[in-house]
Design a protein around this ligand. Structure first.
Ligand code: 6PG
Length: 237
């Protein structure tokens, strides 16, 4: 595991974007799972403003690691957030963007998306393999949309499951542990002081770390990088 501690959110966006641009350059095609949340939003803004013309977006294929079960026009939609902050500002073919259909029946959509991953991504040991999975971590230690109270979803034998947000009850479609841990590269983007405790527990394997889905991230490729700002990293320095 590699841990990068950057000055602030903008520096996280800067550092991750440089890594992302290099990764695109090094491959013919790049299959990427995106996440929602506030840190990716800053990263998308940075990529849109600094890398719109520096990355060959034809080579990039975007999927979502999780999506809220709402229409694509809803302000809660991770797809909408990505369109607003990145996709509408770069030239990427529509055929390279594989959104979760949040407006559909969640169970049916989880099945459809699981199959779509299987039919679109290269398979490694029978499991769809992303080149890069981008994750956030919630204050409660959740990642993608696998929450502590449904941590069993992590070990599902299926690529995608329906999850329920423990506070709002909102349904989500999320990829499961087998897909995350099969990726060639996994990156956590975590910023802000509200994350400091869980960051320490998960990274140092302290306290209740076993009950946090973020602790289960352990790609068999061994390529796991945490991008943190000073605030999120304050208890591990
Ligand atoms: C989502 C997520 C989720 C997110 C974390 C961190 O759709 O809500 O993908 O897992 O990444 O909750 O979110 P913040 O960066 O906003 O804290």
């Amino acid at each position: 595991m590699e841990i990068k501690i950057l000055e602030n959110k903008t520096a996280v966006a800067q550092s991750f974007s440089a890594y992302f641009a290099e990764l695109v350059q090094s491959q013919d095609k790049l299959y990427v799972a995106l996440s929602g949340g506030s840190t990716p939003k800053t990263v998308f803004d940075y990529l849109a403003s600094e890398y719109a013309n520096k990355i060959d977006w034809n080579k990039v294929f975007f999927f979502w690691g999780d999506e809220r079960c709402v229409p694509p026009t809803d302000s809660e939609s991770n797809y909408k957030m990505t369109v607003d902050h990145l996709l509408s500002k770069i030239s990427i073919p529509e055929a390279n963007v594989f959104r979760v259909l949040g407006e559909n029946d969640p169970e049916e959509e989880a099945l459809r998306y699981a199959e779509l991953l299987e039919n679109t991504l290269p398979l490694e040991k029978g499991i769809p393999q992303f080149d890069l999975v981008i994750l956030g971590m919630g204050d409660d230690g959740h990642t993608a949309s696998i929450f502590p109270n449904s941590i069993y979803l992590w070990d599902s034998s299926i690529n995608c499951k329906v999850a329920i947000h423990p506070d709002s009850g909102q349904k989500r479609v999320t990829i499961t542990g087998r897909v995350i841990n099969q990726a060639k590269h996994v990156v956590f983007l975590v910023t802000g002081a509200s994350k400091k405790e869980k960051v320490r527990e998960v990274i140092r394997r302290e306290g209740e770390y076993n009950s946090y889905p973020a602790s289960m991230v352990n790609p068999s490729s061994d390529s796991l990088v945490w991008y943190l700002d000073q605030e999120a990293a304050q208890e591990i320095k």
